[in-house]
Design a protein around this ligand. Sequence first.
Ligand code: ADP
Ligand code: MG
Length: 269
Amino acid sequence: DGDWPRPPKTRVICICNQKGGVGKTTSAVNLAAALSMHGLRVLVVDLDPQGNASTALATEHRAGTPSIYQVLVEDLPMESIVTQVPDMPGLFCAPATLDLAGAEIELVPMVGRETRLRRAFAAYESAQMDYILIDCPPSLGLLTVNALAAAQEVLIPIQCEYYALEGLTQLLQNVELVRVHLNQTLNVSTILLTMYDGRTRLASQVAEEVRSHFGATVVDAVIPRSVRVSEAPSYGQSVMTYDPGSSGAMAYMDAAREIAYRGAAVAEA
Ligand code: ADP
Ligand code: MG
């Protein structure tokens, strides 16, 4: 298929779950790549000090690299840190360096500490991104609050495993707090089932339970557990370019298409 619909204004989507290892980074990178391959301009903001999204997007993030840390803490403009992802026209990355770990503490005494990312985005209109996907760290601290305050939408990846729903209540409460106090337009628009292993009954039970709780918010496409998905980042590639025919690549492509067309429907409504 050709180009996907361009949203009327930048869709800022916060990819969030305080649990580690549920597929936040993998989803951010692969959904972003899929959208960019269909004519859209997409920025991935790496908000995890580990910098896994930066690595997966082959974006420099050694100590000393201008990064989202300086944007948050030193008011550096987004323009000075955003770089084009190699060989991926339309795909951009705002990298994270390890010093971002300190930002959780350094932000505490600052004025407007919860809305520093939003301010940085507001000053960044010139770049005309269609999508900004924020890859959150595995916590509900100030970095995640900044992401939630800067977004219109929350995307929650849920791993089809034991304890999948554990912590979800707390996450939704935090989203609600941010909505009430900082960002009235925030909504949980998307839930994505990840690492689905079709051979286990557990995976299908978890998927069923999530769908019965969250209904249409859950993306139809389910991301399978696939070695190709986990291999791609070590080559600095998305799974879409690393192995386009793999089940993981096709699932992320389907999920991204759904997200793009749903956004268009929301915009028309
Ligand atoms: P998070 O950002 O939530 O901590 P990651 O996206 O880094 O989670 O995923 C955790 C680990 O699981 C990584 O090693 C990643 O490569 C692997 N992984 C993620 N999604 C899949 C998948 N669909 N199939 C196989 N491995 C996956
Ligand atoms: Mg991650």
